[in-house]
Every structure is written in structure tokens, then in C-alpha cells.
Design a protein around this ligand. Structure first.
Ligand SMILES: N[C@@H](CCC(=O)N[C@@H](CS)C(=O)NCC(=O)O)C(=O)O
Length: 205
């Protein structure tokens, strides 16, 4: 059985969402950032990087939210949230997953780091304007590449939609503007019952 280590409102929400989409049974352990549980030896033994999410599947210990949700989909092929390896759909899904992690998310992470996460002495406030610009450029690329929808791959909802819509939600929480078309897409994805169940599961702990 899967076990997810996470914390509400963090990137572990993506994994809980994927697990709910496929209808998997899973244990959940809240790694309490408030008590620095992510820096405790027990958790560092699982992920030396001290970050959530971590998913265990038997003796497999997996980190990195994108890799984890692809694995969840691969283990539940009938769910359809991850198309078969070698298919055209899989290639396009991978493209959007990598786009989300390496293009769309990075400016947001830069803003967070230079506002909050880094020690004050290492923050460079001027970088924030650069990151806002970078996000605007990449959001336009996403808008222009978006097909007829409703999802990135058309009618089929995949884990790429989890990553991209969650990342748009992050941008929204930072008050970064993006096209109405993308906001409609984000709302469609985040209205899915599996996300509501995931949020409830993480909050219950
Ligand atoms: N690339 C990683 C990033 C994981 C990550 O940064 N997780 C944050 C929560 S969203 C974390 O655990 N931060 C704790 C820390 O950096 O101390 C992923 O996508 O899983």
C-alpha cells in the first residue's frame, strides 16, 4: 500500500490529488513543518533533502512530486490519468509535466524564496521583478499552446493537469496575472471531486 508523507497546502497536495483520482487506498503521515519534523532524523532518513512529498510504495521511496504522480498513474493504468509509455499522449503529458516543473513553477519558487524562504541576508528583492516577468512570458507560452481543451491533452485529464493547474493556483495566490482562458481551465481542474477529497485527507492528518 502507498504511504504519503505530506503537509497541507504544500506540493504533497498534488500527490494526494493523484491518489484520490485513481481511487487508491493510502496511509497519510503529516510531516509537521511547525515542529520541524521535516528536519528530524526519522524523516531525513526517508528524504535527505528534508522535503515533502515523499511516497513509499513497498520498499520504493520516491521523492519529487512529478515523478510520484506519474508513478501513481502507472500503477493504476485503468484510471487513464497517465497514458501508456510510448504513446503520443504520454509524450505530450511528459512535455507538460516538465514544462510545469522547469518553466512555470520556477519563477514562483524564486519569488517565494526571495520573499520568505531564504535567510534574510541572502534575499535579493530585485530578483522578484525579474521572476514576475519570467512568469508572464511562460504563462503566455502556455496560453498560446493550449488547444481546444478542456484539458491540456484535450478530453483526457492527466497528471500534467494536476501540476499545471496547481501551479496556476500558486501564481494566483501571489497575485500574478494570467489569461482568463487559463483561469477557466484552472477552475475546471480544481473543481474535481478528487482534489476536494485530497484536501480533506491532508487536513485530517
Ligand atoms: N521539487 C520538489 C520540491 C519539494 C518542496 O520544495 N517541498 C516543500 C513544500 S512545497 C518543502 O518540503 N519544503 C520544506 C523545506 O524546504 O524546508 C517536488 O516537486 O516534490
Amino acid at each position: 500500500m502507498f504511504k504519503l508523507y505530506g503537509y497541507p497546502h504544500s506540493r504533497s497536495m498534488r500527490v494526494a490529488w493523484a491518489l484520490e483520482e485513481v481511487g487508491a487506498r493510502y496511509d497519510y503521515e503529516k510531516v509537521d513543518f511547525g515542529t520541524h519534523a521535516h528536519r528530524a532524523p526519522k524523516f531525513l532518513a526517508l528524504n535527505p533533502g528534508g522535503k515533502v512529498p515523499v511516497l513509499t510504495d513497498g520498499d520504493l521511496v520516491l521523492t519529487e512530486s512529478a515523478a510520484i504522480i506519474i508513478h501513481v498513474g502507472d500503477r493504476h493504468p485503468d484510471s487513464g490519468i497517465v497514458p501508456p509509455a510510448g504513446s503520443r499522449e504520454r509524450a505530450l503529458m511528459n512535455k507538460w509535466c516538465f514544462f510545469s516543473m522547469s518553466e512555470l513553477e520556477q519563477p514562483l519558487w524564486t519569488i517565494n524564496k526571495h520573499r520568505v524562504n531564504l535567510p534574510e541576508a541572502l534575499r535579493v528583492p530585485a530578483v522578484i521583478d525579474t521572476a514576475r516577468h519570467e512568469f508572464a512570458v511562460v504563462a503566455e507560452v502556455l496560453e498560446n499552446a493550449f488547444g481546444s481543451g478542456p484539458y491540456l491533452l484535450g478530453e483526457r485529464f492527466t497528471v500534467a493537469d494536476i501540476l499545471v493547474s496547481a501551479t496556476l493556483g500558486w501564481a494566483r495566490s501571489l497575485s500574478l496575472p494570467y489569461a482568463d482562458k487559463l483561469e477557466s481551465y484552472r477552475r475546471l481542474c480544481t473543481g474535481r471531486p478528487a482534489l476536494k477529497a485530497a484536501i480533506a485527507r491532508e487536513q485530517a492528518g
